[in-house]
Ligand binder design. Structure first.
Ligand code: ATP
Length: 434
C-alpha cells in the first residue's frame, strides 16, 4: 500500500464498524477484571485498544502482560465508537504482532525532576504533554509562514556562519574558519534581510540563532529559533501594526486548532483570549512613570529587566509594546528618534503572565553617517560592515523589521514556565546533550 493510503489513528473515526490493522507504540496499559486497556499511539493520535475476556482470542488476550510501555506493535481490530478521547473511537483488538519489545522504560507515570527528564530528552519527547507541546509549536510555525506568505513576504534564508558581529560582540560563539580567521554563529539574520528588501520588498528568515550569553534564566537558550522579518517602506508604526496582526493571527490559529493539546497542558485559555484585544502601546517614558508607581523602579535611561517586563505584563494582562527606548541600550542600526536624538524608534513586545519580551523590533537608520557614528560608539570596526553600508549608499529607503523568539512565543501560548521545554533538544549553558 502506498504511504499516503495507509490508515492512521487520526483517520479511525471514518472506519467505525470496520476491521483495520495499524502499527504504533504502547503508551500505557491498565486492567480491570474483564478488560485489558492499552494506550496506543502512532504519531497521528492516541486511542484506547481493548482486549476483552471471552471476546478477544485467548492467545491475544494473554499477550497483554508482555506488552510493556513503549513496545512497538501492529494491532488489528474493529473500530468502535466510544465516549472518551478526542477522536471518540477505540479498537477492539483481535490480533497483535509485537514488532519491538518495550523493556524497562525509564519514564513512567510518576513525577520526575527537570534534570532527569532533560537527560532523557530523546525518550521524554514521546510523553503526552511533550507531544501536545510540539503540536502547538508546529501550528505556530505553520501560522507564521501562512501569514507572511499571504502578505507577499519572500523567505530569504540568512547564513549561520558569519564574519560580522550581528549586534553584541559579547554574545558570540566563535570558531575557526579555514584560513580566513574567526567566524561566528549567527546572532541574527537581520543585516542580510536588510540587503534582501531591496530585491523583494518584504522578506523573512526563520532559523536557528545562537547567543553565547551567560544567562541562566527561564527565557534564555544558547540556541533558539528566530523568525525575523524586514520590510521596505515600513516606518515604526507600520512595524508594530504588522507585528500585532501577526501575533493575533497566530493566536487565533492556536485557539482554533490546538484546543486538545492546550487541554492536555492544562492551559488557562482566558488570558490568551484577552490577548486577542488590541495590544497596549506604551512609550518608554510612560513605562518609567508607571513602574515608579507599581514597581519595580526603572531608572530613566536603563534597559528593562525581566522583573520590569513581568510587572508590565501583569499590570495590563495582555501584550504590551514598550516603544522608543534610550539609544544607549539598543543596537547600532536602530533609527534615531527625529525629535529626541537620545532615543531610537524601536519597540519590544512584552507578553503577559511573566513570559517577558517576545519580540524586539525597530525602524532602521537610513543615514550612513549616523550608522558610522553608532558603530564607532559601540566599538565595532566599520570595515567589517562595509557591505552593509552599501545598502545605505544605493537606494536607501525607510524600512523596519523585527525578530520573534519562537520558543518564547510558544512558551507563552502553551503556558510553559521555562522555554527549555519548547525546543526539541535545548542548548543551554549547562546542557549540550542529548
Ligand atoms: P533579552 O533582552 O530578553 O535577552 P534581546 O533584547 O537580546 O532579548 P533580541 O536581540 O531583540 O532580544 O531578539 C529578538 C527576540 O529573540 C527576543 O524578543 C526573544 O523573543 C528572542 N530571544 C533573544 N535572545 C534569546 C535567547 N537567548 N533565548 C531565547 N530567545 C531569545
Amino acid at each position: 500500500m502506498r504511504w499516503n493510503q495507509r490508515i492512521t489513528i487520526k483517520d479511525l473515526p471514518l472506519y467505525i464498524g470496520q476491521t483495520v490493522t495499524l502499527p504504533g507504540w504502547i503508551q500505557f496499559s491498565r486492567k480491570s477484571s474483564q478488560v485489558r486497556f492499552l494506550g496506543f499511539r502512532d504519531g497521528s493520535g492516541l486511542i484506547q485498544a481493548l482486549l476483552i475476556k471471552g471476546e478477544t482470542p485467548e492467545e491475544v488476550f494473554g499477550l497483554w502482560s508482555e506488552l510493556r510501555q513503549e513496545a512497538s506493535v501492529s494491532i488489528t481490530g474493529e473500530v468502535a465508537a466510544c465516549e472518551q478521547g478526542p477522536l471518540g473511537v477505540e479498537i477492539k483488538v483481535s490480533h497483535i504482532d509485537i514488532l519491538g519489545t518495550g523493556g524497562d522504560f525509564p519514564l513512567g507515570r510518576k513525577e520526575h525532576g527537570p534534570d532527569f527528564l532533560h537527560n532523557l530528552r530523546h525518550l521524554w519527547l514521546r510523553s503526552k504533554k511533550q507531544v501536545a507541546l510540539f503540536q502547538i509549536r508546529d501550528q505556530v510555525i505553520q501560522a507564521i509562514h501562512e501569514f507572511l506568505w499571504s502578505q507577499s513576504f519572500v523567505k530569504m534564508d540568512s547564513p549561520i556562519l558569519t564574519g560580522t558581529v550581528g549586534e553584541d560582540p559579547k554574545g558570540l560563539f566563535k570558531l575557526d574558519y579555514f584560513d580566513l580567521g574567526p567566524a561566528y554563529l549567527a546572532q541574527t539574520g537581520q543585516l542580510y534581510l536588510e540587503a534582501s528588501i531591496f530585491a523583494h520588498g518584504r522578506v523573512f528568515c526563520f532559523g536557528p540563532t545562537f547567543r553565547a550569553e551567560k544567562s541562566k534564566t527561564r527565557r534564555h537558550l544558547a540556541e533558539f529559533w528566530m523568525l525575523e522579518a524586514e520590510m521596505a517602506f515600513f516606518d515604526a508604526q507600520d512595524n508594530i501594526d504588522l507585528q500585532e496582526d501577526l501575533i493575533h493571527f497566530i493566536l487565533n490559529r492556536v485557539l482554533e486548532r490546538c484546543l486538545a493539546p492546550l487541554e492536555v497542558l492544562e492551559r488557562d485559555l482566558a488570558p490568551l483570549k484577552r490577548s486577542l484585544e488590541p495590544f497596549v502601546r506604551l512609550d518608554y517614558k510612560e513605562a518609567v512613570k508607571l513602574l515608579a508607581q507599581i514597581g519595580p523602579l526603572l531608572v530613566d535611561g536603563d534597559d528593562l529587566g525581566a522583573t520590569h517586563e513581568t510587572a508590565l505584563g501583569e499590570h495590563f494582562g495582555k501584550p504590551v509594546f514598550v516603544m522608543d527606548y534610550p539609544k544607549a541600550v539598543k543596537a547600532f542600526y536602530m533609527k534615531e528618534h527625529p525629535e529626541e536624538p537620545t532615543r531610537v524608534k524601536c519597540a519590544d513586545l512584552i507578553a503577559p503572565e511573566g513570559h517577558g519580551e517576545i519580540i524586539g523590533g525597530s525602524q532602521r537608520e537610513e543615514d550612513i553617517d549616523k550608522i558610522l557614528a553608532r558603530l564607532a560608539e559601540a566599538g565595532l570596526a566599520p570595515e567589517t560592515y562595509d557591505w552593509y553600508l552599501d545598502l545605505r549608499r544605493y537606494g536607501s529607503v525607510v524600512h523596519s523589521g523585527f525578530g520573534i523568539g519562537l520558543e518564547r512565543l510558544v512558551g507563552w501560548m502553551a503556558g510553559m514556565h521555562h522555554i527549555r521545554e519548547c525546543i526539541p533538544f535545548p542548548r543551554m549553558m549547562e546542557r549540550l546533550t542529548p
